[in-house]
Design a binder for this molecule. Structure first.
Ligand code: GUN
Ligand code: ZN
Length: 610
């Protein structure tokens, strides 16, 4: 079971629950070699707080360890009481080509040793395989996953998606498996892409999968090698990875860093503050016995990988994941290609893009102009903005010209950019300016001290949030504005004693209160900005309780995370107002977690109006 907690881009912080065990995502499963581990599972837990590891059931199955693990179980066998995921042997078959076990046999073995997450024996398709071969791989993989789910009813099953670089086959595989109830989906067959730094193609492959599996299921990336690409994978919606690179690189005397790899030989100082690098000089490590050296380097590599995961989790919570990805993209040109390739998917990504973030946005380079939030602005402003007086006035920002009424809303006032614009920013600006002038006549810019009429400002923001005409519907001429004592900015808007909306200081968007909800509900035709809840729970929401995804029957397709919404019952009676935490496909897919954080239920309203 997966529950969504925080989000940025397609990246998510969430909770996977398996029986009594819980893992926080994004999560890294370090690969354990069951025969010989440089760093033991117990050490992974103690030193790095690892809650989950992955090992290969096929290696165990084919070795003298088999009976030991059958007798003791995988947890006692490895000395690890967290979540143990097992892989099936698919990768061994790809590397050595000698795997002789059936899907049924290896699944049953994984269950018998007590693995928490079992993996189907999928058929690896290589990036350079021809179409017919890949088609056959996909067909066989789909049939094996179906078979696995009918055999292993009580297990947590990973369904790998194959299809190499053929879009139609990847999509077909993902769509076929989206229909079966796997616990986790995985992107398979991409290790050769990652080993060869083919990150642009990796973006395509992950997106073809991500766009076609249920959003309520975690997505695993098999063999995500290097920490410099973790942030990118998370931004694309990967919730977990496994990696053996800490050990592989250590074997070759190489150190991972978030910016790339360095060879021990080339260092006279360690550019790192991990306990290993603080304790030793590179020359000390050079002189160690091979085994000891390998362990020291593996530990360093693990510190780097776990630190990057923590950095990514924090970035998601702070709304800075794009900025981390942009930073990492400067470590290798192929990662920059990947970041640019994301522009192709902005239409899809926009559906999951929060209305605003807790922290400001940084202009990191031309790729910023292709972020989904900018795409949203360009689409919405031409649909939903109407100048309040005869002529529109604009402000200049690096993200493009913005009507003065909207210039404080996210991301414009919250965006930091260089004073010296690059040519992409200038071109983007000119293009938008031309579009505005075609629509509204000559584009004029407001002076710095220009004061926007408050009623016009409120109406324009409401139109931008909820659609044209919403501003007139929400705000009559005789509104009463409550201002911040300290800054003088608008804080809340009333009609007499009735609270219509408040204004959020950090993003300048409006938050609905019941009186605003009633007005908006009267004006907007269904399904606009509505979340329909089951009559069975509507009474709780009327009392102000949050809406859980499980009870959402339907929802407007235009709702985005952090949008303000109308909660209604099955006969479109207003029940509550609040902030959506999910979009439509998520609300309909998740069976756990909150869908709308309710601000006010209709039954609470008397408490606010006396
Ligand atoms: N490990 C690396 N790639 C793969 C894959 O495609 N499938 C499985 N099962 N394991 C892998
Ligand atoms: Zn270090």
């Amino acid at each position: 079971m997966y529950e969504l907690k925080e989000r940025d881009g397609l990246g998510r912080c969430g909770l996977i629950t398996i029986g009594k065990k819980r893992v926080e995502t994004p999560v890294l499963f370090p690969v354990i070699n069951p025969k010989m581990s440089l760093v033991s599972p117990a050490e992974l837990r103690e030193m790095f707080g690892a809650r989950a590891i992955i090992t290969n059931s096929y290696i165990i199955y084919r070795s003298e360890l088999r009976d030991f693990f059958l007798e003791n179980g995988i947890h006692r066998g490895l000395g690890f009481n967290g979540v143990v995921m097992t892989d099936s042997g698919t990768f061994q078959d790809y590397v050595y080509g000698d795997v002789d076990v059936s899907n049924e046999e290896i699944l049953s073995f994984q269950e018998r040793i007590g693995s928490d997450i079992v993996t189907v024996l999928d058929v690896f398709s290589r990036p350079d395989d021809d179409y017919e071969r890949v088609r056959a791989c996909v067909e066989e993989t789909v049939s094996r996953v179906r078979n696995a789910l009918s055999l292993a009813k009580n297990s947590y099953v990973v369904a790998p998606i194959q299809g190499a670089l053929y879009k139609d086959l990847r999509v077909k595989c993902a769509k076929a498996l989206a229909k079966v109830n796997a616990s986790i989906y995985a992107v398979g067959g991409v290790v050769p892409l990652m080993e060869n730094y083919r990150f642009g193609e990796l973006v395509d492959v992950i997106m073809w999968v991500k766009m076609n599996i249920p959003p309520s299921k975690p997505l695993h990336l098999f063999g995500a090698g290097h920490p410099m690409m973790f942030a990118l994978a998370v931004l694309l919606g990967c919730d977990s990875f496994d990696s053996a690179s800490y050990a592989k690189f250590a074997r070759d005397d190489r150190l991972l860093t978030p910016m790339g790899t360095v060879h021990l030989k080339s260092l006279d100082q360690f550019p790192c503050e991990c306990p290993m690098c603080m304790k030793y000089e590179p020359s000390d490590v050079m002189e160690m016995e091979k085994k000891e050296r390998e362990r020291v380097l593996a530990l360093h590599n693990l510190y780097i990988m776990f630190a990057e995961i923590r950095r990514i989790r924090t970035a998601i919570k702070e709304g800075r994941l794009w900025e981390i990805v942009a930073l990492r993209a400067r470590s290798h040109p192929r990662l920059l290609d990947a970041l640019r390739r994301l522009g192709k998917y902005k239409r899809y990504m926009e559906r999951f893009e929060p209305m605003s973030r807790y922290s400001g946005m940084l202009y990191t380079g031309p790729e910023t102009l292709h972020r989904p939030i900018i795409y949203r602005y360009e689409r919405r402003v031409f649909e939903r903005y109407r100048p309040s007086s005869g002529t529109a006035l604009f402000r200049k920002t690096i993200l493009g010209p913005v009507p003065v009424e909207l210039s404080h809303t996210y991301p414009f006032a919250q965006c930091e950019g260089p004073d010296d614009w690059d040519s992409s920013a200038r071109r983007h600006f000119k293009r938008l300016e031309r579009r505005f002038s075609e629509r509204l006549g000559m584009v004029k810019y407001a002076g710095d001290d220009y004061q926007v009429d408050e009623l016009a400002l409120l109406r324009a923001i409401a139109d931008y949030q909820f659609g044209l005409g919403s501003g007139d519907a929400l705000f009559p001429k005789h509104i009463r504005i409550v201002r911040s004592k300290r800054t003088g900015k608008i804080r809340a808007v009333y009609e007499g004693e009735m609270h219509i909306v408040s204004m959020r200081a950090e993003d300048f968007f409006l938050t609905l209160h019941i009186w605003g909800g009633i007005k908006l509900h009267r004006y907007l035709r269904p399904p606009s900005y509505r979340v329909v809840v089951s009559n069975k729970v509507a009474e709780l929401n009327r009392e102000g309780k949050n809406v859980f995804a499980k009870f959402v029957l339907d929802c407007d397709d235009n709702i985005r995370p952090r949008d303000e919404v109308l909660v209604v019952d099955e006969s479109d009676e207003l029940v509550a107002v609040g902030k959506a935490t999910m979009n439509r496909e998520e609300m309909l897919s998740f069976s756990r977690g909150m869908a709308v954080k309710v601000r006010e239920g209709v039954n609470e309203v008397h408490r606010h109006t006396h």
